[in-house]
Write a protein that binds this ligand. Structure first.
Ligand code: DGT
Ligand code: CA
Ligand code: CA
Ligand code: ZN
Length: 611
């Protein structure tokens, strides 16, 4: 059993316990435990097999250690099964509706018998919800408004979740010797922020054996379809995975086709047509006029039709086969583009945005990549809600090849995380001085910093004279997120104008699948950042990815410099940098537009108080 599966069980426990009104303490233990296990580098199953004591792991108490053992040894968790008997587990999906907490969900279930999102919508539409105690017309409307995000949340995977699943699928498929080439296409390959389903392409001499093997993937909940060239399964939470087996001669064309995006492909087909060519999932073909008229267009999407297309290739040399006489390309993706006189287009760029422009090659060659990153300017420590010390964060950063970090713990307004007041932040900075002084700061430097809250009234959470002593100040909104668009925009504009603020962190406040962005005039924010030469962050946490790729494009177009940071709350989370890089690449961000791609020397002289 994988760590992620154990963590899923504990998450479900936590949700169901919460809905049944259990003590917050127990619920928190499950939520924390789930997080810890999800992030654990070692396999819990392995640890238990080796007779290790799980309670030695921070965040795992004796109850969770015991439950993990039961889960791994029996594959079941009796406590969870008891709960599922009492409460329909589909009720959990209601918790995804923004503003709907466990108490309200319990009321909806008890009073109206609501069991899932669809039933909740019916209840709202029939005006039954507003009359429940503690609800009202406003709440009913808010529920309706939040329904879309709750539905979407159940359907799309975050990148970190998709990565885990892709790793498992890749290992599973590669364990079968009949699999020759394998690639993960679709939105996953394009680096999208969330993934609707996973599209796998494979070449093989034995498609049937490969299909059988695919459908035996251990996490399969349902086999949706098992065909000769295409199969689909559903795994955890009904998430769909498609597998297509393609001919080696068509590999490149299929990879191009199924990587998408749809809009990119439509434009590509148009460009081909202008040259008397045709491009589809089998290859690039010269169009034979007479042939084209008599032959109905084969829908490349319907999988079983494409089977027919393939079997017809022996009869007609002009069919959709890369081996047909009219085929001019298909085996490699590069050659598909080149056959159309187009440079190879990076998967992240295939959104029909700017990949067709004259300057494409210049953009592609100067695009930011993970290895360009030299520092990380947003992270937390045990002083607030992080789990590692300054020294541990430093060592982990060095291990990742970084030359500088900023310790940006929360300010005091974030009382839940024991945010720092002036006294504590000044003490932390003295501690940082001591660490820096004891080491070679031409090789590695810790910046004295803070993630300072922008308060509801627009003021900064720490006095100006304290902020003025920082090397680097991130400003962010955590409270008053429901304020009006004007209020929130003005708060951020005020922070941008503040002389000590360096950057605005997670500028829109969205939490993927959980919370919409707050109302904010991003054009005004971008404009102000450009004027005051302040930075905007791409928060690389896979929960946030904020700025989004689209906002990023607007920011760089306005000349705003970006900082890509992990917001790590543990050493392991420093690896989230890759997700921020993906967002930046999709926006076409060049290396020189990213502040933390600068060398340590350059950063030192770029700080408010050059060192
Ligand atoms: P997702 O799964 O919602 O995150 O997004 P995609 O882009 O992975 O979409 P998906 O899985 O429906 O299809 C994968 C690729 O296959 C898509 O990017 C382009 C191609 N494709 C799928 N359906 C169509 C279609 O109806 N027309 C065209 N032209 N291409 C399609
Ligand atoms: Ca997909
Ligand atoms: Ca798909
Ligand atoms: Zn933070």
């Amino acid at each position: 059993m994988q760590n992620a599966e154990i963590a899923d069980c504990f998450d479900e426990m936590a949700d169901l316990l919460e809905i049944s009104g259990e003590s917050p303490f127990r619920i928190k233990a499950y939520r924390n435990g789930s997080q810890v296990i999800r992030d654990l580098p070692e396999s819990v199953s392995q640890l238990i097999g080796d007779g290790k004591d799980l309670t030695k792991i921070d965040g795992i108490g004796s109850t969770l250690a015991e439950k993990s053992k039961v889960l791994i040894e029996s594959g079941h968790l009796p406590a969870l099964e008891e709960l599922r008997k009492k409460i329909p587990t589909t009720l959990r999906t209601l918790l995804r509706v923004p503003g709907l907490g466990a108490k309200k969900v319990a009321v909806l279930h008890r009073e109206l018998g609501v069991k899932d999102l669809a039933e909740l919508k019916v209840a709202c539409d029939s005006n039954l919800v507003k009359d429940l105690k503690g609800f009202g017309a406003k709440t009913q409307q808010a529920i309706l408004d939040g329904m879309a995000i709750a539905v979407a949340a159940g359907q799309r995977l975050r990148r970190d979740q998709a990565d885990q699943l892709v790793d498992q699928l890749r290992n599973h498929m590669l364990a079968n010797s009949d699999v020759d080439r394998i690639e993960f296409a679709g939105s996953y390959r394009r680096g999208k922020e969330t993934i609707g389903d996973i599209d796998i392409l494979v070449t093989s001499q034995k498609p049937e054996a490969v299909m059988r093997h695919f459908c035996s993937f251990p996490a399969t909940q349902e086999i949706v379809a098992q065909g000769e060239t295409k199969s689909s399964i559903r795994v955890q939470k009904s998430f769909q995975v498609d597998l297509r087996v393609v001919e080696a001669d068509s590999w490149g064309a299929a990879l191009q086709y199924f990587t998408g995006s749809k809009e990119h492909n439509v434009t590509l087909r148009g460009l081909a047509k202008k040259q008397g060519l045709k491009v589809n999932e089998y290859g690039v073909f010269r169009v034979d006029e007479s042939d084209e008229k008599s032959r109905p267009e084969i829908s490349p999407i319907a999988s079983n039709k494409s089977d027919k297309a393939k079997s017809s290739k022996s009869k007609s040399p002009t069919s959709n086969s890369a081996t047909s006489a009219n085929s001019i390309s298909g085996a490699e993706e590069q050659s598909v583009y080149h056959a159309l006189g187009i440079p190879y287009i990076l998967p992240e760029f295939r959104e029909n945005r700017f990949e067709w422009l004259e300057d494409y090659e210049a953009r592609a060659s100067s695009i930011i990549q993970l290895s360009d990153i030299r520092g990380d300017l947003h992270m937390h420590t045990t002083a607030t809600d992080g789990v590692n010390s300054i020294e541990e964060m430093k060592a982990a950063a060095i291990a990742r090849g970084l030359c500088y970090i900023a310790i940006t713990d929360h300010s005091k307004r974030v009382s839940m995380a024991r945010g720092l007041d002036s006294e504590r932040v000044l003490a932390q900075w003295r501690e940082i001085d001591v660490i820096n002084d004891a080491s070679d700061t031409t090789a590695f430097l810790i910046l004295k910093s803070i993630e300072c809250d922008i308060l509801e009234n627009g003021e900064m959470d720490l006095p100006d004279e304290v902020l003025a002593q920082a090397d680097w100040v991130m400003a962010s909104i955590h409270y008053g997120q429901k304020q009006s668009r004007d209020q929130i925009t003005n708060r951020i504009l005020g922070a941008i104008a503040h002389p000590s603020v360096s950057a605005i962190s997670h500028p829109t406040g969205r939490l993927l699948g959980r919370r919409e962005a707050y109302q904010v005039d991003m054009d005004a924010v971008i404009q102000a950042a450009a004027e005051h030469k302040k930075l905007l962050e791409i928060n690389a946490s896979p929960m946030r990815l904020d700025l989004s790729d689209v906002h990023c494009m607007a920011a760089i177009a306005a000349g705003v410099q970006l900082v890509i940071s992990t917001d790590a709350h543990s050493t392991g989370e420093l690896d989230a940098m890759q997700y921020g890089i993906q967002v930046a690449r999709r926006a076409g961000v060049r290396t020189e537009q990213v502040f933390n791609a600068l060398t340590l020397e350059q950063v030192k002289s770029g700080l408010k108080r050059p060192r």
